[in-house]
Design a protein around this ligand. Structure first.
Ligand SMILES: C[S@@+](CC[C@H](N)C(=O)[O-])C[C@H]1O[C@@H](n2cnc3c(N)ncnc32)[C@H](O)[C@@H]1O
Length: 239
């Protein structure tokens, strides 16, 4: 059975119903402002067998804007892959900013790391190999990290978003921002329950439906659900 993300790459990753409109948005407001190093990494990643996993250029532009609007300095990324969103983050951070990127897949990160070097922002990037759960727990074990981060982007294994949310809420300061990717999972979260889906899609879609409902009821955060890319949810920590 086809999976919900089959045939998707960075040129068509959108929930917009009109491909022409998405192309217009990319051509008019996004791609003219994409840094050369970002474009080069994105096109290399598009050729990777799992290239559909990388964030889209309009999502990277959103992250960049959010990082700048919030004046973020200390940030976290859960789920790095080849580093497209990590590079967007490093480029958006001030000179003394830092992003800790966590991923189990060092080989994927190594595809992107020369682009990060060439962009001159490697000094802002601290890549940590291993599971997000383990690395977030390690960070939480140090009192100095509690409430010390301004921003986090979560884009790893979706069924664990519920767990990451609890961890990230303690690491990100009050007023700080946590962004979750893929929260609409190719639109499957709104399909009738009897719609046939691949095993992975039904598991991830169900997990995201549960996560979205929990977030909406979570009084510790203010939530904004965006229908760009594969669904992006912005949370602002309130308490
Ligand atoms: C959707 S990709 C990240 C895309 C990336 N943000 C970008 O813009 O290119 C998800 C990544 O999460 C990683 N991942 C999956 N499960 C993980 C886990 N339990 N802990 C850490 N990383 C994990 C995968 O190895 C994969 O590289």
């Amino acid at each position: 059975m086809a999976t919900a993300h089959q045939g998707i790459d960075s040129s068509n990753k959108t929930l917009l119903k009109s491909e022409a409109l998405y192309r217009y948005v990319l051509d008019t407001s996004v791609l003219p402002h994409e840094a050369d190093c970002m474009r080069e990494l994105r096109l290399v990643t598009d050729k990777h067998s799992l290239g559909f996993m990388q964030s889209s250029p309009d999502e990277a532009q959103l992250l960049r804007m959010l990082l700048k609007l919030t004046g973020a300095r200390r940030t976290l990324e859960v789920g790095v892959f080849t580093g497209y969103s990590l590079l967007a983050t490093a480029l958006a951070l001030p000179d003394d900013g830092r992003v800790i990127g966590i991923d189990v897949d060092r080989a994927a990160y190594e595809i992107g790391s020369p682009f990060i070097e060439r962009a001159g922002v490697a000094g802002k990037v601290d890549f940590r190999e291993g599971t997000a759960r383990e690395h977030l727990e390690k960070l939480l074990a140090d009192e100095e990290n509690i409430g010390a981060f301004d921003f986090a982007f979560a884009d790893a294994d979706k069924p664990n978003y519920v767990r990451y949310h609890e961890q990230l809420l303690r690491l990100v300061r009050v007023g700080g921002v946590i962004v979750y990717d893929n929260t609409l999972w190719a639109g499957t979260v709104a399909l009738p329950p009897d719609t046939p889906l691949s095993d992975l899609d039904s598991r991830f879609s169900a997990a995201l439906k549960d996560f979205n409902a929990r977030l909406s009821a979570d009084t510790r955060v203010e939530v904004c659900q965006l229908a760009i890319a594969d669904g992006v949810t912005i949370c602002r920590r309130l308490v």
